[in-house]
Design a protein around this ligand. Structure first.
Ligand SMILES: Nc1ncnc2c1ncn2[C@@H]1O[C@H](COP(=O)(O)OP(=O)(O)OP(=O)(O)O)[C@@H](O)[C@H]1O
Ligand SMILES: [Mg+2]
Length: 319
């Protein structure tokens, strides 16, 4: 549904994104993750035909963004980083106006407007002037205008920014409900959001894609050690040092609660039995023993803390 090939964007001397390629299948929800200034918004603006790429090509629903920008725009709903709202209009007036601008038939625009107002939870404020709405409600209006012409593709730049926790859940549920029927790319800084909504994540760092995969695959690929969390009832005075003597253990650190330890072992080494034996031998009382899997946050930090610029980066053969 979305095909991005070798896209580069320069703003004068600054290369905001460099040689980016990826594709998104119909009905898929993909998250764009990356630190501030990574190039997420730039990529989204190019995808929506808002701005041309310096190099490369983008196709949406088989139309080239450069050659057929109108066909592409018809099929995309875009929630920009800063939605352009007409502050003096009421929510209903604004959505009707945008609907007409986006080609919704006169006879259907009221019906579409009522539908998106319901979907985005704007019922209570639909007669109010947008300029008087709170930030969260304005964000919902932004989302409503992206949905008004019922586009098959949605490009959402930080859709839940500025919302309170309850609103975040509602908007996430709304996005989830579009799964399968819509193809969605959303950018976010909130990693649990990507976890909750998306099958695949694209991690972008300094204008380059550093990973595209499912979260599970990323975690597996980046795992350099096995991690266990063990909780005991009583502990030894030199517990950490003692645990380090267990065969296969590389590192031990204190966990987040009392009498809990995080134990790292060599990759491929299952030390659960050895740890259980250790706890039994010292009669410490085993309360919990669990394998700790890598979270998306671990993956993100690992990938974006690396500097991708030196020519030798990624070459693991150095001593
Ligand atoms: N119109 C512009 N003119 C010049 N430079 C720009 C322009 N827009 C973005 N940039 C630069 O391009 C780079 C990528 O910016 P972009 O807004 O795409 O990042 P982002 O990943 O969306 O960041 P954030 O998480 O802060 O929204 C940044 O260095 C930014 O300063
Ligand atoms: Mg941005």
């Amino acid at each position: 549904m979305i095909e991005v090939q070798h896209v580069t964007k320069r703003y004068g001397p600054l290369t905001a994104i460099q040689d980016i390629s990826f594709s998104v299948a119909k009905g898929e929800i993909v998250a764009f993750l990356g630190p501030n200034g990574a190039g997420k918004t730039t990529t989204m603006r190019i995808l929506t035909g808002y701005m041309p790429a310096t190099n490369g090509s983008v196709r949406v629903a088989d139309f080239d963004c450069h050659e057929s920008p109108l066909e592409v725009k018809r099929r995309i709903g875009y929630l920009p980083e800063h939605p352009p709202l007409y502050l003096e209009l009421t929510v209903r007036e604004y959505l009707t106006f945008v609907g007409r601008m986006k080609g919704v038939e006169m006879g259907q625009v009221v019906q579409r407007m009522e539908r998106v107002i319901e979907q985005t939870g704007l019922g209570e404020v639909k007669k109010r002037v947008i300029g008087n709405l709170s930030r969260g409600y304005r964000q919902r209006v932004g989302l409503a205008q992206a949905l008004i012409h019922d586009p098959p593709v949605l490009i959402l730049d930080e859709p839940t920014v500025g919302l309170d926790p309850n609103q975040i859940i509602e908007i996430r549920d709304l996005i989830k409900s579009l799964r399968g029927s819509h193809t969605i790319i959303l950018s976010t800084h909130i990693l649990p959001e990507a976890t909750a909504l998306c099958e695949r994540v694209i991690i972008i760092h300094r204008g380059k894609i550093v990973a595209i995969d499912t979260q599970e695959q990323l975690a597996t690929r980046l795992r350099r050690s096995e991690k266990l969390r063990v909780t005991v009832k009583t502990e030894l005075p030199d517990m950490e040092d003692q645990l380090r003597t267990v065969r296969g253990v590389i590192n031990v650190s204190a966990g987040e609660s009392v009498n809990t330890y995080l134990i790292e072992a060599e990759l491929g080494h299952d030390i659960r039995e050895a740890i259980t034996e250790f706890v039994m031998t010292h009669q410490l009382g085993l309360l919990e023993l669990a394998v700790v899997s890598m979270t998306l946050e671990d993956v993100f930090i690992q990938l974006t803390k690396q500097d991708t610029s030196p020519p030798h980066a990624g070459n693991d053969q150095s001593p």
